[in-house]
Design a protein around this ligand. Structure first.
Ligand SMILES: Nc1nc2c(ncn2[C@@H]2O[C@H](COP(=O)(O)OP(=O)(O)OP(=O)(O)O)[C@@H](O)[C@H]2O)c(=O)[nH]1
Ligand SMILES: [Mg+2]
Length: 206
């Protein structure tokens, strides 16, 4: 019997006492933020999750965040794994990649080496996932310091085209394209994987 049908069986005088608690299990998407040390992985993630810009550089070992996000009128939960850029922790990457569904590959547009470093990371993703259609986005961060850039937008676009993925330039400091990058990766995860879990909602009648 439907919930509505059940309520109709209850005498009208008692219906005012029925409290219905409904919980909706939202689809969950797991995104992994990868890139060399100091490119702004944590700053972008924290900006997206809390709205704050982290000025101080405190190298990450591993941080995990959950945030509800509304993409194209579909509320979802985004689980974000902010990884360590330092090579010391690179051995953990296979595990992160195995568990992740979408990947943000971040470089600093002030530092060419960080751009070059992304190629082996993408190769690793494709190898671990055993697929060449993994949702990922190439992200050039620190666009507020464009005067000091070492990587042009056009060469990054060429690489993104070669990889068949979008390219964004972001600034965690100026809040430029931060929400857009996270929204777009969810869109891509939705279309390729249709979400990791789509449990139905649950209603409790008191
Ligand atoms: N100007 C500017 N500085 C930024 C931006 N994003 C991050 N930073 C600064 O760059 C430094 C490193 O940022 P993090 O976010 O800690 O870098 P990370 O990639 O997480 O580094 P690891 O955790 O070591 O891998 C910090 O001092 C940030 O404030 C940005 O968009 N613009
Ligand atoms: Mg960090």
């Amino acid at each position: 019997m439907s919930l509505f049908g059940y309520i109709l069986t209850v005498p009208q005088t008692q219906r005012a006492h029925i409290v219905v608690i409904c919980t909706m299990n939202l689809k969950e998407y797991k995104v992994v933020v990868l890139g060399s040390g100091g490119v702004g992985k944590s700053a972008l993630t924290v900006k997206f999750v809390t709205g704050q810009f982290v000025e101080k550089y405190d190298p990450t070992i591993e941080d995990f965040y959950r945030k509800e996000i509304d993409v194209d009128n579909n509320p979802s939960i985004l689980e974000i794994l902010d990884t360590a850029g330092t090579e010391q922790f690179a051995s953990m990457r296979d595990l992160y990649i195995k568990n992740g569904q979408g990947f943000l590959l971040i470089y600093s547009l002030l530092n060419r080496q960080t751009f070059t470093d992304l190629k082996p990371m993408r190769d690793q993703i494709l190898r671990v996932k055993n697929s060449d259609s993994v949702p990922l986005i190439l992200v050039g961060n620190k666009s507020d310091m464009f005067d000091e850039r070492e990587v042009s937008a056009s060469e990054a676009k060429v690489l993104a085209e070669e990889w068949g993925c979008p390219h964004f330039e972001t600034s965690a400091k100026n809040n430029s394209n931060v929400d857009e990058v996270f929204t777009e990766i969810v869109r891509r995860m939705k279309t390729t994987q249709k979400g990791s879990s789509s449990k139905g909602g649950c209603c409790v009648i008191l």
